[in-house]
Design a protein around this ligand. Structure first.
Ligand code: MSP
Length: 517
């Protein structure tokens, strides 16, 4: 079968902030999907990057006393470092200050304008710099001091200035028709319903240019205006695949994008404004936008003022990279808000990883090392119990694929760990350590079956824990070019006689410092 293109994107991150675990989470989910699709034989393009224009970034640069370009050059690097530290496999890293993006945004503007969807007017209304969003009076609430604030709690200011408008109000029905014709466009379903009910309530035309500050992309033919930062930012997804050259190899292969992964706070921009801009320009909207929930630190939103911001680096240093990747994808049902805590992290590391998968692999590899001359043993004809566990390991791929398709990472991992549980029950029932004396041939068969079950499990966990999986596959003597999903199943089993290196544990237990003394 020909390779299917798969284009997945993260939101681009505001460079006013240092990256924290919330940012790491969004990109991790995309990395897991990108790796999954590559292993599944797809032709993947995985994009991340930084959102560098707008008032929020300009203010941060001013506060730091540096020119915005110098400021963004520097802070954008923090996000590149995050990608390296978390072992993300992105194919590109886009910055909205790059010439390719400025060119693409001006082309998109012209396309929308030339189709008659942009007009000059003047804006008088509320703006929240923190959200880079306009709000109507009726959307505002009051904070504890009685000040007007955005629904997100962000401070708002009154803005009055000449502005170009996008005729968003005319897109209400086309958007509702689009959602109807594309039921998978927004996930999860609860978010889809929220968007539909918001759009059904009517849409106002949207101010898409600003004149009161300069840090942005000039509007074509009217350089007194700069483009609204969200119009600029959203278009990054097209820039990275070659827009405005819609005939280019990248654009024709990867557009429309398969998935824009976003946090629930920025769904409205992606599920309403973005498809409307694209339709107005005569371009195809993305295939899917998925809004995940918030990671809360022991139930509280992370913020600089609460002093409870956790960085990816803090967690990785304490618990190790792959355990953190596993924990973030397993602990919180993806799509919902969820807590992260030291206790639940240690529970997952010592339970799922060290006891369940790690111990299984370590037991089997050590027995092969000691009792089978450190080679994959030669099996006798398999018994029904052996074929059952091997079949379970091979068949789980279809469940995993379905769950990944719906961004239900926790469920995909749950399905894999069900096989881990079955394999542990199988080893306990077969007790190969007892067979060593009574029936060495049967011991060899059981260890052979287990080695192949572990090969399956290691191949399947690669998207989430690439390093740990690779170490397991090295220890099983599986060559690097035999690790894709097409290698699952009995036709590709471990080869008897393959010499194995000395085993070493892949998932150490987490020992509390207090009890380590
Ligand atoms: N620049 C815009 C996105 C433009 S995309 C065209 C932006 N940037 S952001 O840096 O503020 O946020 C980026 C992403 O990080 C959002 O998806 C947001 O939901 C996510 N997270 C930030 N904090 C988070 C948590 N605590 N938990 C989970 N995700 C959170 O918005």
């Amino acid at each position: 079968m020909a390779e299917q293109p798969y284009y997945v994107t993260t939101p681009i991150y505001y460079v006013n902030d240092k990256p924290h675990i919330g940012h790491a989470y969004t990109t991790l989910a995309c990395d897991v999907l990108a790796r999954f699709h590559r292993l599944d034989g797809d032709d993947v393009h995985f994009l991340t990057g930084t959102d560098e224009h707008g008032q929020k970034v300009e203010k941060s640069a001013q506060a730091a006393g540096v020119d915005p370009q110098v400021f963004t050059d520097e802070v954008s690097q923090n996000f590149r470092r995050l990608a390296a530290d978390m072992n993300y496999s992105n194919d590109d890293f886009i910055r909205t200050t790059e010439p390719r993006h400025i060119h693409a945004c001006q082309a998109l503007w012209r396309a929308i304008r030339d189709n008659g969807h942009i007009y000059l007017g003047s804006y008088a209304g509320w703006y929240a710099v923190r959200d880079e969003a306009f709000y109507t009076e009726s959307e505002l609430t009051k904070d504890e001091q009685g000040n007007k604030v955005a629904p997100s709690g962000a401070e708002v200011e009154w803005v009055e200035e000449p502005s170009y408008f996008f005729d968003l109000s005319k897109w209400q029905q086309p958007l509702l028709d689009f959602y109807d014709a594309n039921p998978d466009f927004i996930g999860p379903d609860t978010r889809r319903n929220e968007v539909i009910s918001f759009v059904s309530g009517g849409l106002h035309d949207l101010s898409v240019s600003r004149t009161s500050f300069k840090w942005g992309i000039p509007v074509p033919d009217d350089p007194d205006h700069i483009m609204y930062v969200w119009l600029d930012a959203l278009n990054n997804y097209q820039t990275a695949v070659g827009y405005p050259d819609t005939e280019s190899a990248l654009y024709s292969k990867y557009w429309p994008a398969d998935l824009h992964m976003v946090g629930k706070d920025i769904l409205r921009f992606h599920a309403i404004y973005w498809p409307a801009f694209l339709m107005a320009a005569g371009l195809a909207p993305p295939k899917r936008v998925y809004a995940h929930g918030w990671l809360l630190n022991r139930g509280e939103k992370m913020s600089k003022s609460l002093g409870n911001v956790v960085t990816a680096g803090d967690l990785v240093e304490r618990y190790g990279l792959d355990p953190v990747r596993y924990y973030l994808m397993r602990e919180v049902p993806f799509g919902q808000d969820g807590y992260i805590s030291h206790e639940s992290m240690v529970g997952r590391i010592n339970g799922d990883l060290a006891n369940d998968l790690g111990n299984l692999a370590q037991r089997v590899l050590s027995m092969i090392n000691k009792n089978c001359d450190a080679r994959i043993p030669q099996p006798q004809p398999l018994k029904p119990d052996d074929t059952a566990i091997l079949a379970a390991a091979a068949e789980v791929l279809s469940t995993v694929r379905e769950e990944f398709e719906r961004q239900a990472f926790h469920r995909a991992l749950e399905a894999i760990w069900k096989v881990v549980g079955d394999a542990n029950r199988y080893i306990d029932a077969q007790a190969p350590w007892k067979l060593r004396k009574t029936d060495p041939d049967r011991m060899a068969t059981v260890l052979y079956a287990l080695a192949d079950v572990i090969r399956h499990l290691a191949i399947l966990v690669q998207p989430v824990m690439p390093d740990a999986a690779s170490s397991m596959l090295d220890q099983l003597g599986v060559p690097a070019d035999r690790r894709s999903f097409s290698e699952l199943g009995s036709g590709h089993a471990v080869a008897p006689g393959t010499e194995l290196p000395k085993p070493s544990p892949v998932f150490p237990r987490f020992i509390e410092e207090d009890s380590a003394a």
